[in-house]
Design a protein around this ligand. Structure first.
Ligand code: SF4
Ligand code: MG
Length: 327
């Protein structure tokens, strides 16, 4: 079957006074129907930009340079703003790191949950009932009486549950979640991850889950895409990547973050060095200045994408013996 979302060769620049910043380069990502795909990488790797590009909530200085974003067969890379507004209220929705960016502080939760259903059928009473039921589904206690409450009357964890309820109310086939648990403590994070898992199973929607935390992705996702400095460096089934990481960057990430939901007291090592300047990219492999296994070829030539095993690919010269996947 066709995947729900099929991103092919996507590149995106941000204009800047110093020249274009090549924030996404030749990205290929597939989200099958009914799967949860994690996008993981350090801050600045382009993972949030990727999510914002799919739903086309981009800064004015961003421009898609090339590629396709095929969603249910339609190319969002070239869709009109009017069409994108329709899709955002029906086929796709987004959950942000900070629930307050998605909620209006001066309107009641109930009003906002009715408003978000404006593209759906039914009377206002129907919409209120749906809002109430959805609050119950995401675990807001006493939902009948909470519809009239304002965002500030909820805790951070409860606000994120409300945002998830709003995202689900439009019955999307794709939810884009940009670090929805990063601002929460570890206990709340586990609760939200379990909630997303359950809701995905109940609704059959697909989720693209952006996180800098490999542990959370391992917990929640079926597939994982590892991004570094605006490129996909490795992708595949989450268990396969976890047990057989094949790109030196993924290996380093795993050493820093051995896979459990975070333990706030534990200090983990970080990967030494910094990502290269995305407005002045060096030739060769994007990871060469930080890679413990870099060799002469890495400075000359960018590695192709290689098939490590079925459905598992990585871009590194160390995999030169394996089959190269055509671009
Ligand atoms: Fe490291 Fe070279 Fe592989 Fe890049 S291509 S990740 S520099 S070994
Ligand atoms: Mg981010």
């Amino acid at each position: 079957a066709d995947p729900l979302l099929d991103i092919q060769g996507l590149s995106l620049d941000f204009a800047s006074p110093a020249g274009p910043v090549h924030a996404l380069r030749d990205i290929d990502v597939t989200v099958p129907r009914g799967r949860i795909v994690g996008v993981v990488g350090e801050s600045g790797c382009g993972k949030s930009t990727l999510a914002s590009t799919i739903i086309r909530l981009l800064a004015a200085n961003a421009s898609i340079v090339s590629g396709h974003i095929l969603f249910e067969g339609e190319d969002l890379a070239t869709a009109s703003e009017r069409r994108m507004r329709q899709l955002r209220g029906s086929r796709m929705s987004m959950i942000f790191q900070d629930p307050m960016t998605a909620l209006n502080p001066v309107r009641s939760i109930g009003d906002q949950m009715i408003e978000i259903q404006h593209r759906m059928g039914g009377s206002k009473a129907d919409k209120r009932r749906r809002a109430r039921d959805m609050l119950a589904t995401v675990g807001i206690p006493d939902p009948d009486n909470r519809l009239t409450a304002y965002p500030h009357q909820f805790s951070g964890g409860m606000r994120q549950r409300i945002c998830i309820a709003m995202a689900l109310l439009v019955e999307p086939s794709l939810i884009l979640a940009d670090e929805p648990t990063t601002a929460l403590d570890a206990t709340l994070e586990v609760q939200i991850v379990n909630l997303l898992k359950r809701l995905q199973a109940d609704t059959g929607c697909s989720i693209l889950f952006v996180s800098h935390h490999l542990g959370t992705v391992t917990e929640l996702c079926d597939d994982v895409v590892v991004m570094y400095a605006g490129e996909v460096v490795e992708a595949g089934d989450v268990r396969e990547i976890f047990h057989n990481p094949s790109h030196p960057y993924t290996q380093a990430l795993l050493r820093c973050d051995p896979g459990r939901i975070r333990e706030p007291t534990r200090q983990l090592p970080t990967i030494p060095g910094e990502i290269p300047d995305l407005s002045d990219l060096p030739p060769g492999c994007i990871f060469q200045n930080r890679c413990p296994r870099a060799h002469a070829r890495c400075a000359r030539e960018a590695p192709g994408r290689h098939r490590v095993s079925e459905g598992h690919t990585a871009s590194c010269h160390l995999l030169a013996e394996t089959e190269e996947v055509p671009a």
